[in-house]
Design a protein around this ligand. Structure first.
Ligand code: D5M
Ligand code: FE
Ligand code: ZN
Length: 487
């Protein structure tokens, strides 16, 4: 690719400076751009010897303006995206190549130590916990208690007070939360096993009476300017007999400017990125008797079919993370979908694969992508939480600064040397899927999005009374959420 760019200019007897080269290389469709640039230069300024970054920039700006003009003329058609866009795409965090173990037990202690230290560091930043001591030290003194620990047990007394057992490297202690202490008790009801919390209270014999439970939490973030649109989808389940191919085709037509009313086409025209948060295909052997519900029974074929669909979305950067139906190991963090399974998708030059979870930057907007397997555990464990309201779960995970706090339930977590599911950096957008039900909330400035599904209700979901919201696609258009319906 790199040599192709240079060779083409050499053939045309045009020299490139470094900034021009970088700008061209960073384009999604750089070879098309090279061809059109050479044609443009040889016709309009045949004497040009050195192509600078500024010329490339001006050329693209003019091209964009021409597109807008076309848009406002007679019809919209797909030509609006014929010119490649200038992406600023970066992968900020990806666990694909940072997974060192097969999830073997010997690494469990380093995994938990990593989790504890990362979260304790975040908690120690908090004003109210800056003087925290070890549990051992707190219990050897007689004054106020200010500690940070990982939750290893939660239960109730017979009088319905709450008991939370926490531990650090020095020891463990039993924390009692009185049920008449409403505010703290209510917080304690949301505490789950294996999360790391701060406890402020007083010593009472061998117990700690809690006055406050502290989460690592998130500060309010500033709104960033966004002059483009990003589309969020997940749970497409290509290969399943319940995959809504008609709706997905309409979605693709819309992105290409060929579907929808004027306002919807206007949004389509702004789309620069599509983020896919897992379950792109239905996979095989994911649940018992799945083959009865598959129209494509080979996982390679499912990805080839996916490549045909996504191949119809040119000039938009597509980012794909795996889910529990994809061809990646099940334990999280899940490495990116491997090339062996998805050759056709790997051939699409505007498509990028990342791990689950992963953090990417889209023109400076940080998007944390997580499929959402841990929502099953949260919905099962915490009163008031459900698949229907994944926004409440996302808010809670953000405050806990961990994507899958509960260890050893339905969410298989790989016991790596490092815990990759700690939310170390606050994203601008947290994008999840898995529950097949759309949700959206703004929490402290962070967009919390669940992108629903393109699969209608399955037999499995009927049993669990899960009613999916199908083919409804969230788009952040210039900073605000729009929902588009492709039913
Ligand atoms: O998940 C589709 C839906 O099914 C989603 O709402 C979660 C739910 N689901 C999936 N697996 C489980 C388990 N093991 N328990 C409870 N609920 C579950 P998908 O990942 O697309 O199959
Ligand atoms: Fe799914
Ligand atoms: Zn899923």
């Amino acid at each position: 690719m790199t040599d192709d760019i240079i060779n083409k200019f050499v053939d045309a007897e045009i020299l490139l400076d470094e900034s021009a080269y970088k700008k061209i290389k960073n384009y999604n469709d750089s070879i098309d751009l090279v061809d059109s640039l050479i044609k443009h230069i040889t016709t309009s300024s045949p004497e040009m010897m050195v192509l600078t970054g500024k010329v490339v920039e001006d050329y693209l700006e003019k091209a964009q303006a021409d597109i807008l003009k076309t848009k406002y003329s007679n019809d919209y058609k797909s030509q609006m995206k014929l010119i490649p866009q200038d992406y600023d795409f970066q992968i900020l965090k990806d666990a694909s190549n940072k997974s060192y173990t097969n999830g073997e037990i010997k690494d469990l202690s380093s995994y938990f130590r990593s989790r504890y230290h990362k979260l304790r560091d975040l908690l120690t930043y908090k004003r109210e916990l800056k003087d925290n001591t070890s549990i051992k030290e707190a219990m050897s003194r007689d004054d106020a208690v200010n500690i940070v620990g990982m939750v290893n047990d939660i239960r109730y007394t017979k009088n319905n007070h709450k008991i939370i057992e926490i531990e650090d490297e020095s020891g463990s202690v039993t924390v009692l939360i009185h049920n008449e202490n409403h505010e703290v008790f209510e917080h304690a009801e949301r505490v789950v096993k294996d999360e790391v919390i701060g406890v402020i209270g007083s010593k009472k014999g061998t117990l700690v009476m809690a006055n406050e439970i502290v989460n690592p939490g998130v500060p309010r973030i500033d709104e960033k300017p966004m002059d483009f649109a990003t589309v969020f989808i997940s749970d497409i389940h290509i290969g399943s007999s319940t995959f809504l191919d008609g709706a997905f085709k309409r979605f693709i037509k819309w992105i290409n400017g060929d579907f929808g009313d004027e306002q919807q086409r206007e949004i389509a025209n702004n789309v620069k990125y599509v983020v896919v948060a897992g379950d792109i295909v239905d996979g095989i052997g994911v649940y018992p008797h799945q083959e009865k519900e598959l129209t494509i029974k080979d996982i390679h074929e499912q990805y080839e079919e996916a490549a045909r669909y996504f191949g119809d979305i040119p000039n938009v950067k597509i980012i794909v993370a795996p889910g529990n139906h994809d061809a990646s190991r099940l334990a999280e963090p899940q490495p990116a979908i491997p090339e062996d399974y998805a050759k056709g998708l790997y051939e699409l030059k505007n498509l990028e694969f990342v791990s689950n979870p992963a953090m990417v930057s889209l023109d400076g907007i940080k998007v944390l992508i997580y499929h959402g397997r841990s929502f099953d555990d949260m919905a099962m464990t915490v009163k008031g939480m459900s698949h229907q309201q994944s926004d409440l779960i996302m808010k809670e995970l953000l405050e806990k600064r961990h994507l899958a706090p509960i260890y050893g339930e339905r969410t298989p977590l790989a016991s790596e040397i490092e815990d990759h599911l700690v939310i170390e950096e606050i994203p601008d957008v947290l994008h999840t899927g898995h529950v097949h039900i759309n949700s959206y909330k703004r929490h402290k400035g962070v967009h919390l999005i669940n992108s629903g599904t393109f699969q209608s209700q399955t037999e499995f979901q009927k049993i669990y009374n899960i009613v999916p919201t199908c083919a409804q696609v969230p788009v952040i258009n210039k900073g605000s959420l729009k929902m588009l319906d492709f039913n």
